[in-house]
Design a protein around this ligand. Sequence first.
Ligand code: MLT
Length: 256
Amino acid sequence: MHELTVNGVQIAFERTGAGAPLVLIHGFPLDHNMWDALLPHLEGADVLLPDLRGFGGSAIVDGTYTIADMAQDVIALLDALKIEKAAIVGHSMGGYVALEIARKVPGRVAGLGLVSTQALPDAPDRKAGRYATAEKVGDQGSVVVADSMAPKLSADPQHVSALHKLILGQPPAGVMGALAAMAERVDSTELLSTFKFPVAIVHGLADALIPVERSREMKALIPQASLTEIQDVGHMPMLDAPFETAKALKEGLLGG
Ligand code: MLT
C-alpha cells in the first residue's frame, strides 16, 4: 500500500500492472479491496486503486465530505503521480466520483467506466434516509451499515461475510461523511451528452440497490456508450462476474 498527501489529505492507494492508466474507484462503504477479483483480468493496464477520504487506509477528514472533494483527491493523486490522462472507472458511489472527475477535467479522461451507478441525485426520502443512517452509525458504529448492506451487495451468499468484514473495518466518521456526500450530490444527467470519450456502462440485472434502468437511461444519453447487463448478478459485478466485467471495461475503454 502506498500513501501520498494530496489535496491536503493523506490518500492510500495500490498500484499494479503496466500499460494504459486505469483508475478504479470503490463504492460505499468499502475500500479498494473490493476490486481484488477483477485485477487478474486487467492485464495490459497500469491500475491505480485509491481509498477515498474516510475509507480504508486514507485519512479521516474533519468537517463535511463532498463528492467534489473526493473527485479532487483523485485528480490530485493523478497529478502527484504525473498521470496526465487515465480511464476512470467508478463503482456506485465511486461512479458519482468518476462523473464528477469527468465534469471537472474531461480532457484528462481517456474513457469512463460506470459500474452499478447512476447520474440521478437522491430523491428527498432517500436523502432523509441517509441522514437517519448516519445518525445511527454515529451511535452504534459501522456495524449498522455492515448488517444492512452486506446481504444486499452481492447475489452470491459466499461474498456476504467477506463484505460484512470489509465494511466493519471502515471508520464510522468516513461512513457518515460519505452518506452526507451522497445525499448532497448533484444531478449529472445533463453532463452525460457532453462526453466525447468512450464510456462503458456495466450493471447486474439482480442489483438490489440501484436498478438497471438507471444505466439504461445513461446509455440513452451517451451515443458512444456500451452497456453490458449481466444476468443473475447483483450490485457488485466485479465480484459476482469478474471476467465479464473486465471484458466490458477493456473492450469499452482500453480497445480490447
Ligand atoms: C454504493 O454502493 O456505493 C452505494 O450503495 C451507492 C448509493 O447508496 O447511492
